[in-house]
Ligand binder design. Structure first.
Ligand SMILES: NC(=O)c1ccc[n+]([C@@H]2O[C@H](COP(=O)([O-])OP(=O)(O)OC[C@H]3O[C@@H](n4cnc5c(N)ncnc54)[C@H](O)[C@@H]3O)[C@@H](O)[C@H]2O)c1
Length: 351
């Protein structure tokens, strides 16, 4: 069996998921790691016993004998790392968000096409068991026409700090970091109709809550001065060509009782709520009925990364159709850029 030889660019927090997934797969050999932070690079190399360590993507791409890379750097470096890898003839799995501007996202897609390489975007929620089950119900026409979807992804005190609050490296706050997951998932579940207009609002009121003493949740591995010049709350409505609409709200910092991760779909025949387990609503024999499926907790990260990374490997080795291709990433980047634009001007943005 020919093994896929893989390298990882950016070995901070999320790289653990990529490394652990690749190391579980017999058809993959994780050959090399790369990071501009030498201390972090050496720590990860030692922890996972990866022999080849490179301080720059240029050195990795020139010297390591690899077929594919995972790009796990901060958001503003996704485009330069992915394009360099694609131009070096590697297949690329790029973490979400695809890029911080539409221009960058389009350049990444163009590099993939010019080099005839796969560029997959890490829209990890597409690979959940919950998503698979909803898609199964959708294909059997359980929902009828799905015309509205909404999602809340709210953290009360969950700015991961590091580069996450630094606009120049993140491209934004919870909208581009968390909102991207649910905008993508809703767009995917509703059938990927073309977005036509966007209305959004962002707020910068609580920053990273320097007044609150305890640190909680996901933390970036990148040290340094704490910068927070991104929004701490975003709310948006997106309208699609087929008439359907989605609405989302997402925060890093908000005076809300509990963190919330809820996603709902509403169709002419039935609806679905992930909160966090999946509940379906419909009429049975003329009576309104709720259906609680016996299934693993939904909207959980368990197994998601393995499923996503395994799919990437299958696409490269077996030529499977990619479930999360670059062109979808460009569309989601267009939506996010338009929400920030709408928030700035106070007006709807048409796409
Ligand atoms: N899919 C998900 O649910 C999920 C969850 C967390 C993070 N992410 C994404 O993963 C990416 C990384 O996030 P993280 O939390 O691991 O951040 P992190 O700060 O922990 O790690 C990022 C690493 O990238 C390195 N880096 C930056 N620029 C580089 C370059 N040009 N070349 C080589 N190394 C470089 C940094 O030194 C750092 O070690 C982000 O895009 C983030 O949005 C996705």
């Amino acid at each position: 069996m020919k093994k896929l030889r893989v390298g990882i660019i950016g070995v901070g927090s999320i790289a653990h998921e990529h490394i652990q997934a690749y190391q579980k797969m017999p058809q993959v050999e994780l050959v090399a790691l790369c990071d501009i932070n030498t201390e972090q690079l050496e720590k990860m190399g030692k922890q996972y016993e990866v022999p080849q360590l490179y301080k720059t993507k240029e050195a990795l791409l020139e010297k390591a004998d690899i077929d594919a890379v995972s790009v796990c750097v901060w958001n503003s470096a996704h485009a330069e790392c992915a394009i360099a890898a694609l131009n070096a003839g590697k297949h690329v799995l790029c973490e979400k968000p695809m890029a911080i501007t539409v221009e960058d996202a389009q350049a990444m897609q163009a590099a993939a096409e010019a080099n005839d390489r796969l560029l997959m975007i890490g829209f990890v929620r597409r690979f959940g068991n919950d998503t698979k089950i909803i898609m199964d119900f959708k294909e059997k026409d359980f929902f009828g026409e799905i015309y509205y979807g909404k999602a809340t992804y709210l953290r009360r005190h969950g700015n991961p700090e590091g580069w996450f609050g630094d606009q120049s490296r993140s491209g934004g706050g919870p909208l581009i970091d968390l909102g991207v997951h649910v905008i993508d998932l809703l767009t995917y579940l509703l059938g990927k109709s073309r977005p036509v207009s966007v209305y959004g609002a962002t707020f910068q009121k609580l920053f990273n809550r320097p007044d609150v003493k305890d640190k909680q949740g996901y933390i970036s591995s990148t040290p340094g001065e704490i910068i927070c010049d991104v929004e701490d709350l975003a709310s948006a409505m997106i309208r699609f060509e087929n008439g359907s609409v989605i609405s989302i709200e997402t925060s890093f910092s908000l005076n809300v009782n509990d963190d919330q991760q809820k996603l709902e779909l509403f169709g002419t025949k039935g609806g679905a709520a992930l909160n966090p387990s999946l509940k379906l609503s419909t009429n049975i024999n003329g009576y309104m009925a709720d259906v609680q499926l016996k299934m693993p907790t939904a909207l959980s990260m368990d197994g998601l990364f393995y499923n996503e990374i395994h799919h990437f490997v299958e696409c490269v080795l077996e030529g499977k159709d990619c479930l999360s291709p670059a062109q979808d990433g460009v569309v989601i980047t267009q939506i996010i850029e338009a929400i920030y634009e709408s928030a700035k001007t106070g007006h709807e943005v048409t796409l």
